[in-house]
Write a protein that binds this ligand. Structure first.
Ligand code: V47
Length: 387
C-alpha cells in the first residue's frame, strides 16, 4: 500500500549536531543518522536514558526527514454509540455492565443526530468506537455506518477497533475477513488504533483480561490492511508494563507494517487511572509522555506519522511533542468520553483555530488533513479534499 505523502514541501535543512552526556546513546545516534533500523536493545536503552533532549533530538531528526516542518491536524467528531461492555478491563473507566447505573445505548436516529451536532465546522471524519454490547448485533453497527454515509457522504468513517471487529465477528458467527468485508460495504473507510494496549500476555492478563490477545489484534489489523482498509495503531503505557514490554509492542507493530504497510499513524496513549480498578497507579509524567513519542518515532521507522493525541497528553505536552518526534496532533474531537470518564481534565473538544495556534506557536506549519493525510482546502463553510 502506498503512503499518501507527496506534500512534503516544507522540508527543513537537517541539523547534524548530536550531543549527549549519555555515551550509550552515541551508537544509536550513528544508526539514526545513517538511516539504519534500531534493535530491541536500542529501544530499551532509549527508554532508560535520562537524556531526554538527546533522545528527542534524534526523534526530531527523523520526524523532519519524513514530514519536514508540517504538523497535521483534522476536524473530526467522536461518536461512542454505547458504553455497555461485556469486558471488565481494569484499565477502563468507560465501559459498564448492562444493568449498571449510567449506561447508555444510542438508538440509530440518536447516533445520526449526534453526528450532525457541530457539523458546521465541516467535519471530515467520524471516529466511532464503543463498548462490547452483549445484545447489539452486527447489523446495528452496519446500519449505523450506512445511515451516516447516506447523510454525510463526504465524511470519512473511521470505525471499530480490532477488538470490536473480533467481538462482532464472533457474535455474527462470521470470520474476521467476512465481518470486515461487510463493514467496508456498509461504508467503513478505515479503522482506529484502539484496543492494542500492550501486546505482552503478562500485562494483558492484568489490564484487559477479557480482550483478544496481542496476536489476534495484529492478525485482525493485517486482515483489514489486506482488504485495503488502512488503520492506526496505539499503545497504552504508564501502568504495569516494563520497558521491554513497550519495545516488544513497538517491534511487533513494525513487523506487521513491514508486511502490509497498512498502518497510517502510531498513537501512544498515556494511562489515566481515575475511576478504574488500577486507580492506585500514578498518572504519567510529561517526561514519560515525551519519551514515548520519541521512542515510537525512532523504533517505528516504517510508520510515516506519529500522533500526539492532545486529549490524552494535554494540549501543552502535545505542542512540545511536535519537537520530539510527533507530526500530528489529532483533531477537534468535539466530544471525548473514554478519557474523561478516567479523569482527563482537558476540554472535550478544541476548535480548528485553537489547533492552528498550538501548531504555529511551536514553529510548525499547520496542515489540515483528512483521515488519509490528504490536504483539505476550505472556502468559508465548504471544503474539498485534494486527491
Ligand atoms: O483502546 C481506555 C484507551 C483507547 C483508558 O486511531 C484508556 O486515530 C487511558 O484508541 N486511560 C481508545 N487510556 C482511544 C483510541 C484513539 C484515540 C485517538 C485517536 C485514535 C485513532 C485512537 O483508549 C482504548 C484504550 O487503549 N483507554 N481507557 C484509560 N483509563
Amino acid at each position: 500500500m502506498a503512503t499518501p505523502m507527496g506534500h512534503n514541501a516544507a522540508a527543513l535543512p537537517q541539523r547534524h549536531r548530536f550531543q549527549t552526556d549519555d555515551p550509550r546513546l552515541e551508537p544509536i545516534a550513528e544508526k539514526v543518522l545513517a538511516g539504519e533500523r534500531l534493535s530491541f536493545d536500542d529501544g530499551v536503552t532509549l527508554y532508560r536514558s535520562g537524556d531526554i533532549l538527546a533522545v528527542g533530538w534524534m526523534a526530531n531528526y527523523v520526524r523532519e526527514k519524513l514530514n519536514g516542518n508540517i504538523a497535521y491536524f483534522n476536524v473530526n467528531r467522536h461518536i461512542n454509540p454505547t458504553n455497555v461492555c461485556v469486558a471488565s478491563c481494569r484499565l477502563c473507566a468507560f465501559g459498564l455492565k448492562k444493568d449498571a447505573p449510567g449506561t447508555y445505548t444510542m438508538a440509530l436516529e440518536e447516533a445520526w443526530e449526534t453526528a450532525a451536532t457541530g457539523y458546521t465546522e465541516a467535519v471530515t471524519e467520524f471516529h466511532i468506537v464503543g463498548g462490547l454490547h452483549p445484545d447489539l448485533p452486527l447489523e446495528y453497527f452496519l446500519d449505523l455506518v450506512s445511515g451516516l454515509k447516506e447523510r454525510f457522504p463526504q465524511v470519512h468513517i473511521k470505525a471499530f477497533t480490532m477488538v470490536e471487529v473480533a467481538f462482532l465477528a464472533k457474535r455474527a458467527k462470521l470470520s474476521i475477513r467476512e465481518t470486515l468485508v461487510k463493514m467496508k460495504q456498509a461504508g467503513v473507510d478505515s479503522l482506529p488504533g484502539g484496543g492494542a494496549e500492550i501486546f505482552a500476555d503478562r500485562v494483558r492478563h492484568i489490564i484487559c483480561d477479557h480482550k483478544i490477545d496481542g496476536g489476534e489484534w495484529l492478525e485482525t489489523a493485517k486482515t483489514a490492511h489486506l482488504l485495503g482498509l488502512r488503520s492506526n495503531a496505539t499503545m497504552l503505557y504508564g501502568h504495569v508494563e516494563s520497558d521491554e514490554d513497550r519495545v516488544d509492542h513497538l517491534l511487533r507493530l513494525r513487523a506487521v507494517q513491514d508486511e502490509t504497510g497498512g498502518f497510517q499513524t502510531f498513537i501512544p496513549l498515556a494511562f489515566h487511572p481515575a475511576n478504574t480498578a488500577l486507580e492506585h497507579i500514578p498518572r504519567t509524567t510529561g517526561l514519560l509522555d515525551l519519551k514515548q513519542i520519541a521512542v515510537g518515532r525512532l523504533l517505528l521507522d516504517n510508520f510515516t506519522h506519529i500522533k500526539a493525541y492532545w486529549q490524552m497528553m494535554t494540549a501543552k505536552i502535545a505542542q512540545i511533542s511536535l519537537r520530539f518526534g510527533a507530526d500530528d496532533i489529532d483533531g477537534t474531537v468535539v466530544e471525548e468520553k473514554i478519557y474523561h470518564e478516567a479523569g482527563a481534565t482537558t476540554p472535550q473538544g478544541l476548535r480548528r483555530a485553537d489547533l492552528i495556534r498550538l501548531i504555529t506557536e511551536a514553529g510548525r506549519e499547520p496542515f489540515e488533513r483528512d483521515t488519509l493525510y490528504r490536504a483539505v482546502t476550505r472556502s468559508e463553510d465548504s471544503f474539498t479534499v485534494a486527491v
